[in-house]
Design a protein around this ligand. Structure first.
Ligand code: URA
Length: 212
């Protein structure tokens, strides 16, 4: 079996502080949404760390220089609906020119399997870095289904950004897609019998959108 890419846990103090506020059941919907956006900005910095650079000749007010700029085709943020949208709010501010893919999956509450209902992606996926985003890596079924669909559509440079990961989800994603690097703010203890991450933060989508 191919060795899987490592999991990066972003242990920056600001990330950890904001994550604690996010976990707190007393944080309001507005606070939760704002924190997800702020965490996306901070983790976005890490997940884009190795994007390829080229140079361009520019004129500063003082002289001309060869200055670094992002190379290649625009990257793609692939939002796993609906909770992925909270992260997109921050990531699209960080990289305004990024293309946004939407992948509609819901979790069957009995089987915990991902069921697809929507898939819309930019062209030329094979030539773009694709960053799949979903706040929670629980069983791993949703992200694996999302990566399956993206690979089928041509993507070959994929990484995954989340806020919380369960060991079970990491194992599943590494097993099915060892070429997909995982970037997260924390790895929690386990999943409970309902598929929730423990200690976790509850249902990310419901807390973000004020639903139940
Ligand atoms: N999805 C969530 O929103 N929360 C969990 O704990 C697991 C999956």
């Amino acid at each position: 079996m191919k060795p899987s890419l490592p999991v990066t846990v972003v242990d920056h103090p600001l990330v950890q502080h904001k994550l604690t506020l996010l976990r707190d059941r007393n944080s309001s919907t507005a606070t939760f949404r704002q924190l997800v956006k702020e965490l996306a900005l901070l983790l976005g910095y890490e997940v884009t760390r190795d994007l390829p650079l080229t140079t361009a000749r520019i004129e500063t007010p003082v002289t001309s220089m060869e200055a670094p700029r992002l190379d290649g085709k625009k990257l793609v943020f692939a939002s796993v609906l609906r909770a992925g949208e909270g992260l997109i709010a921050g990531l699209s501010e960080l990289v305004p020119a990024a293309r946004i893919a939407h992948i509609g999956l819901y979790r069957d509450h009995d089987t915990l399997e991902a069921v697809q209902y929507y898939f819309k992606v930019p062209d030329n996926l094979a030539n773009r870095p694709v960053i799949v985003v979903d706040p929670m890596l629980a069983t791993g079924n949703s992200v694996c289904a999302a990566v399956d669909l993206l690979k089928k559509a041509g993507a070959c440079n994929i990484r995954f950004l989340c806020l919380l990961a369960a060991p079970e989800g990491i194992a599943q994603l590494q097993n099915r897609h060892p070429d997909v690097a995982i970037i997260t703010a924390a790895i929690d203890e386990r999943l409970n019998e309902h598929g929730y991450i423990v200690p976790g933060l509850g249902d990310a989508g419901d807390r973000m959108f004020g639903t139940r």
